[in-house]
Design a protein around this ligand. Structure first.
Ligand SMILES: Nc1ncnc2c1ncn2[C@@H]1O[C@H](COP(=O)(O)OP(=O)(O)OP(=O)(O)O)[C@@H](O)[C@H]1O
Ligand SMILES: [Mg+2]
Length: 270
C-alpha cells in the first residue's frame, strides 16, 4: 500500500506543536525506519497515519484513500489491513495467544465470533497456522500476560498474519526486549514483511537495528523530515545531529540544568 503524507502539521489542543510540515511518500513494499529523539513526534506521525489523530493541516492518503475525508466504513476497511506491533504489547492480556490472533479477524467475525469457541473452524485453524509460523503453536492456549516480551511480540506478528495486513506499523517493537530477543523479533518481522512484500513503517531507537533492517531511513527533527535515504547514504554525522540536544529548547525546558552555578563547598564556609 502506498502512503502519501502531504504538508502534515499537528498541534495538540494544549498548544504543543509537534509536526510542522511533514512531506513523505512511501512506495508499496518499502521498508522505512523512522528515527528521531524522544518527543520529536514519531508516534504522533504514526497515529496520524493510523487515522487516530485529527490533523491541524495537510493530508494523508493511504492505498488511494484520503484518511480524513474517508467515510467511516471505508476507513474501517482500510484499517483492517493495517497490522500493528507496538512497544507496549498491544494484546488482550487475559485472553489466550490463540484468541488474540483470532482478533486479527475482528472485522470479519465480530467481537463474539472472535472470542468464542464458535469462531469458524477454518478461522481457528488459520490462527493456529499463524502461531506456528511464529514458532508459538505450543503456547496457543496460554494467557498472553503470562508470556515473555519476545513471545508477546510474536503473538502480535501472528495476529498481523491473520489479518492479512498490507501495511505494518511498528512503534518501537523491540524496546522492551533484550538484544537477542530484539534481533529475533526483528528477523521474524522483516522476514514476513519481505516475503509478503508488505509496506512497513517501523520506529526504532537502535541505530544498528535501523541500518540492518531498513531500506530507507527517515529522521524527524523539529517537526520535519531531516534525513531521508537508504542506510548506506545516511552518514553518522547526520544521525548524530538528529539526536543532538537542541540547546534553545532544552534551556526552556530545564533552565536549572543550564544555569551556571558557582562552586562553593559548604565546608569552606565553616
Ligand atoms: N495527547 C497529547 N497531548 C499533548 N501533547 C502530546 C500528546 N501526545 C504527545 N504529545 C507531545 O507531543 C510530542 C511528541 O510526542 P510523541 O509521542 O509523538 O514523540 P516520539 O517521537 O514518539 O517520542 P518517543 O521517542 O519518546 O516515543 C511530545 O512533546 C509529547 O509530549
Ligand atoms: Mg513514541
Amino acid at each position: 500500500m502506498r502512503i502519501d503524507i502531504r504538508g502534515v502539521r499537528k498541534t495538540y489542543p494544549d498548544g504543543t506543536e509537534v509536526l510542522r510540515g511533514v512531506d513523505l511518500s512511501i512506495a508499496p513494499g518499502e521498508g522505512v525506519v523512522l528515527l528521531g529523539a524522544n518527543g520529536c513526534g514519531k508516534s504522533t506521525l504514526m497515529r496520524c497515519m493510523l487515522g487516530l489523530e485529527r490533523l491541524t493541516a495537510g493530508e494523508i492518503e493511504i492505498g488511494g484513500v484520503k484518511l480524513h475525508r474517508a467515510r467511516r466504513a471505508e476507513l474501517r476497511r482500510l484499517r483492517a489491513r493495517f497490522g500493528s506491533v507496538f512497544q507496549q504489547f498491544n494484546l488482550v492480556g487475559n485472553l489466550s495467544a490463540h484468541q488474540n490472533v483470532l482478533f486479527g479477524r475482528l472485522g470479519e467475525h465480530g467481537l463474539f465470533g472472535s472470542l468464542a469457541l464458535t469462531a469458524p473452524k477454518a478461522a481457528r485453524e488459520q490462527a493456529m497456522a499463524c502461531l506456528e509460523r511464529v514458532g508459538l503453536a505450543h503456547l496457543a492456549a496460554r494467557r498472553t500476560d503470562t508470556l515473555s516480551g519476545g513471545q508477546q511480540q510474536r503473538v502480535a506478528i501472528a495476529r498481523m498474519l491473520m489479518q492479512d495486513a498490507q501495511l505494518v506499523f511498528a512503534d518501537e517493537p523491540v524496546a522492551s526486549l533484550d538484544p537477542r530477543a530484539g534481533r529475533e523479533v526483528m528477523d521474524l518481522l522483516f522476514e514476513i514483511v519481505r516475503e509478503r512484500r508488505l509496506t512497513v513503517v517501523c520506529v526504532l531507537h537502535q541505530i544498528d537495528l535501523a541500518t540492518a533492517y531498513a531500506e530507507r531511513i527517515v529522521g524527524l527533527k523539529h517537526g520535519r523530515v531531516a534525513i531521508d535515504g537508504p542506510p548506506a547514504a545516511v552518514d553518522a554525522a547526520a544521525i548524530h545531529d538528529l539526536y543532538a540536544a537542541d540547546r534553545a529548547a532544552a534551556a526552556l525546558e530545564e533552565p536549572h540544568v543550564h544555569a551556571p552555578r558557582a562552586y562553593a563547598p559548604r565546608s569552606a564556609a565553616v
